[in-house]
Design a protein around this ligand. Structure first.
Ligand code: NAD
Length: 334
């Protein structure tokens, strides 16, 4: 199948080219992000391949359909950036990679927790400058702390298992509890109980209209003072302005983010020579207890190989009219 692969970096190309030896699709690599302004670049392709910050709204999908694109292959799990109802209306099939390496993202959430707790980012800089003072680096034992996990699907379940290894008590909230987690001894509670009881809260649910700004002023008011909040899922789960207010008062003791609600204009690019125009993001960067990474949770060699393989397999399944388990529609919830 001829596929226009949008928003590609060298690492995407490396893994897609390597995995494509077994599939023989015709891959056209484009640096541009996919959106209404760039959809025309897919002229001549039967499929487009898109990533997390491409904008597949109705206007984009209609244009794709007009130029003969019939398949959108997402090389990611989340699909909050695709208007699935509009895709159906335009006769476009959408596939994704629901599970590539839940370990990579779960381990990254743990990395943020450990780094924030023991202030590794500050210690690293101090030691390089010959400053071996410990003041300001005080951490706490994770053992016996209560961790609240919002969403216990593929990633959340791995995260629960890792945190149990540290001796943490795990609470979870998920409308569809995972029997694997229940068997591990994870205690499912309602959302408000999780907010009030957890010392660390980690978000692992999808971004949907129902979960947009799940962490808002009300949710924050129920949380323990000084808690640690971790988001490796999607930026829109958090009302960033409310979070900044609570960082200023000290209610939030630690904030670890791999995603940000306005990340599309910032992440995955080198903007170090440019003026940062996002004042909310700039404010976040000023707090000593905030650690931000630029959506790198998925970025492991294992995950990239799996994403590339499954994306190409999805395209082959659709091309050869085989049932594709990774097809999604407006009825898909997570
Ligand atoms: P999944 O579909 O396996 O699990 C999601 C879970 O969230 C499901 O169990 C679902 O029932 C639950 N859920 C749905 N609505 C909820 C709600 N209102 N409250 C609590 N739980 C709810 O997905 P996954 O593979 O575990 O991925 C989770 C999310 O991680 C994805 O949606 C994606 O946004 C994000 N992600 C981030 C990266 C990264 O690089 N940072 C990479 C992959 C995925």
């Amino acid at each position: 199948m001829k596929v226009s692969v949008f928003g590609t970096k060298a690492y995407d190309q490396d893994y897609l080219i390597r995995e494509n030896r077994a599939f023989h699709h015709e891959l056209i690599f484009l640096e541009a992000h996919l959106g209404p302004d760039t959809a025309a670049l897919a002229q001549g392709s039967a499929a487009v391949c898109a990533f997390v910050n491409d904008r597949l709204n109705q206007a984009c999908l209609e244009q794709l359909a007009d130029i003969g694109v019939t398949v959108v292959a997402l090389r990611c799990a989340g699909f909050n950036n695709v208007d699935l109802a509009a895709a159906t209306q335009s006769g476009i099939t959408v596939v994704r990679v629901p599970k590539y390496s839940p370990h990579g993202v779960a381990e990254h959430a743990v990395t943020l927790i450990l780094s924030l707790n023991r202030k590794i980012y500050r210690a690293y800089n101090r030691v390089r400058e010959g400053n071996f003072l410990l003041d300001g680096l005080l951490g706490f034992d994770l053992n016996t702390r209560t961790v609240g996990v919002v969403g216990t699907g593929n990633i959340g379940a791995v995260f629960c298992r890792i945190m149990q290894g540290f001796g943490c008590k795990i609470l979870a909230y998920d409308p569809e509890p995972n029997s694997q987690c229940e068997n591990m001894g994870v205690e499912y509670v309602d959302f408000n109980s999780l907010l009030t009881r957890a010392d660390i809260i980690s978000l692992h649910c999808p971004l949907t209209p129902a979960t947009h700004h799940l962490i808002d002023e009300r949710a924050l008011s129920l949380m323990k003072s000084g808690l640690m909040l971790i988001n490796t899922s999607r930026g829109g789960l958090i009302d960033t302005s409310a979070v900044i207010k609570n960082l200023k008062t000290g209610k939030i003791g630690y904030l670890g983010l791999d995603v940000y609600e306005e990340e599309a204009d910032i992440f995955f690019e080198d903007i170090s020579d440019k003026i940062l125009n996002d004042d909310v993001f700039a404010r976040l960067l000023t707090f000593p207890n905030v650690l931000i990474t630029g959506h790198q949770g998925f970025f492991t060699a294992d995950a990239l190989a799996s994403i590339a393989h499954n994306t190409l397999q999805n395209l082959a399944d659709i091309e050869q009219h085989r049932p594709c388990p990774n097809r999604i529609s407006a009825a898909t919830t997570s």
